[in-house]
Design a protein around this ligand. Sequence first.
Ligand SMILES: [Zn+2]
Length: 301
Amino acid sequence: MVATEKSDRTRLMRHSGILSSKALEIGPYKVHYLSGGRFRLDGGAMFGVVPKVLWNRVAPADERNRIQLAMNCLLIEGNGQRVLVDAGVGTKDDPKFRDIFAVEHPESLIEDLAAIGVAPGDITTVAYTHLHFDHCGGGTMKGQDGAVRPTFPRAHYLVRRQEWEDATHPNERTRASYLSQNFVSIEKAGQLVLHDEDIEILPGVTMRSLPGHTRGHQGVFFDLPESRALYCADLLPTVGHLPLPFVMGFDVFPLTTLETKRSIFRDAIRQNWLLLLEHDPDHLAIRISGAEGKAHFEKVA
Ligand SMILES: [Zn+2]
């Protein structure tokens, strides 16, 4: 029994190009998981119309009804570049904010980079899936003088124009997620690059629209021979969100999310994609099988 499990795991690791618990090979690229820290969000808001009796089994709520979430960012190395995908919540927030969201270890993004010998000045591109605070906060930091600056001084920061428009013109429903301190200094520093369409960030690696969570929300697709992978961002934040109707209450267009999930899951199952998860506290990467409406997963990392 133990021997079978072990050889299964070995087979999986070889198949996926897992280099260690925090790095894998996807095609010619070395992909590192970086922790942007952990935080908590209201469990009800995380599961939308799903009753608590169902979601609480997979994501137990604390005394303030919050569930534990990770902020797993990616560093993609290859082709002479170092691309950071999302940046966690960052360190600029005041104690009240940190308490509301139970923010833990937001500084680990920079520590994880240092642990693999990468300094902030080595990052060539920062690619944002969207501009919610838990995805882009770490891309800027407060200096000793109290001024906010880009954390990665030599990087271009890629943002989809639709997302930039929505983040800089928030409404009553979206305002709490779009904090201007997380992105205005990027534009001021001349490091902002807006893109209108899907964009190839490295050969075979593309930021593509995954609409629903926000209009401009996107994921990172690795379309490499024999290595298909997707960094799902908020389309599939945790394995608890695998059932199609388990869509976040935060999503601006939940029915669009439902259709995006359906079509992505269909492709992911048919083509055996590796799915990289941003918010799951226990699973960094999975593969799914079965039917898209009833997908099963196996943990890869
Ligand atoms: Zn989000």
